[in-house]
Design a protein around this ligand. Structure first.
Ligand SMILES: [Zn+2]
Length: 402
């Protein structure tokens, strides 16, 4: 496709893209309560000329342009986190105000801006009569903020919707990202033996075991190794909560629970991380404990209940992967220079698409990662325009390499 034509259209639709983002911000939608926002998006996707617009069992919305043999999908999660303390917002969080080249409000960067640029890209592809090797799908997905990747685990495993390539449109400040660390949540339960507090030697304190366990986790964190090429850096583990219980304030406690946040680098997974914790506790002299992962189990707005353990696998693809190279080339065609190639700090739906299912992913999105979950969230209309052009240009570039 012609880069100059794509750029001209993205510029022509600059206000249209900003307006669509503003409309989305005005209809709040949080994890499991996205229904009204999905209805709005359905209308916007139809106006942009998408075909096969439909909602899956979990409530994610899909539409396509083109009818090639291979599937390229652009993904935007359309739920947001809450607004936090409303007093910290200088403009109301769901105002969707457009002013001085910025769009204001919760979700503007994380990540309704990506959704708005995707809709404009679909419109551009449609108007330029894209008829290439790809069916270009646009996925507006749900429940990401509460359980990243759940929507894509569902699409791939239950709906059998399996793309060949995916682009996450989470904020990257218009850089091209090719990975991020995975994560998991780990619960440690420890049993002791209670007795009267006046004679603690008769019991076996779960509190002291929990203390030894916490120090063992602190030590384990220092022993974790970085990945081979240093791209994702070191995994981490930290205790995020400790609870101790017993029969009374005048007793030795018999139960303790430690909750841990574990970030996983390349080569680390759930089984490895759990085995490390078990070994660390055993070496610290803690006995009578179990280590487990909890599950996410909240029904979607459609009523579907789809469970998943709180494990979000690490993913990355190589710098010379055809998808990364095509992304670099598409950006170069449009803007006459290479993009910055890097990684996210936070976690995205790519944990399921690439981490669980090895489908190659890249990230490219409008707005800054630092805006995510912060008060006074904004996005730049310049970024929206750049991303709309990039999404429209990528399919044509990718079909030369894939
Ligand atoms: Zn996000």
């Amino acid at each position: 496709m012609d880069s100059a034509k794509i750029l001209a259209k993205a510029k022509e639709y600059r206000d249209y893209t900003a307006r669509n983002l503003s409309e989305m911000i005005k209809v709040p939608g949080f994890s499991t309560t996205e229904k009204e926002r999905v209805l709005l998006l359905k209308k916007l996707c139809a106006e942009a000329g998408m075909e096969d617009i439909h909602v899956d069992g979990l409530g994610s919305l899909l539409g396509r342009v083109g009818k090639g043999k291979k599937k390229l999908v652009f993904d935007a999660h359309i739920d947001t986190v809450g607004v936090g303390d409303p007093a910290q917002w200088k403009t109301p969080p769901h105002s969707g105000i457009i002013k001085d080249g910025l769009v204001y409000g919760r979700g503007s960067s994380d990540q309704l801006g990506g959704a708005a640029s995707m809709i404009t890209a679909a419109r551009i592809l449609k108007e330029l009569a894209y008829e290439g090797d790809f069916t270009v799908w646009f996925a507006f997905t749900v429940i990401e903020e509460d359980c990243d990747g759940l929507c894509w685990k569902y699409l791939i495993e239950e709906e059998k919707f399996v793309p060949d390539f995916a682009v996450s449109t989470e904020p990257t400040s218009c850089r091209l990202y090719r990975g991020h660390r995975g994560r998991m949540e780990i619960q440690i339960d420890i049993k002791g033996v209670s007795c009267h507090g006046s004679a603690p030697e008769r019991g076996d304190s779960a509190a002291y075991k929990a203390a030894r366990a916490a120090l063992a986790i602190e030590k384990l964190n220092t022993e974790l190794k970085p990945d081979d090429d240093g791209f994702l850096g070191k995994g981490t583990i930290t205790v995020s909560q400790i609870k101790v219980q017993g029969p009374s304030q005048c007793a030795v406690p018999d139960q303790a629970m430690l909750y841990c946040d574990r970030r996983l680098t390349w080569g680390e997974n759930d089984a490895i991380a759990i085995a490390q914790v078990e070994k660390a506790l055993t070496e610290a002299g803690v006995n009578n404990f179990t280590v487990k992962m909890l599950e996410y189990a909240q029904p979607a707005y459609t009523g579907t209940l789809y469970r998943q353990e709180l494990y979000f696998p690490t993913w990355k693809i190589k710098a010379d992967h055809p998808l990364v190279r095509s992304g670099v080339e598409a950006y170069g065609d449009l803007f006459g220079k290479p993009p910055v190639v890097d990684k996210w700090t936070f976690s995205t739906n790519c944990v399921a698409i690439c981490g669980r299912h090895q489908i190659p992913c890249i990230g490219f999105g409008p707005g800054d990662e630092s805006q995510a979950h912060a008060p006074n969230e904004i996005n730049r209309i310049d970024d929206l325009e750049i991303c709309a052009a990039f999404y429209a240009a990528l399919p044509g570039r990718l079909e030369k390499r894939a």
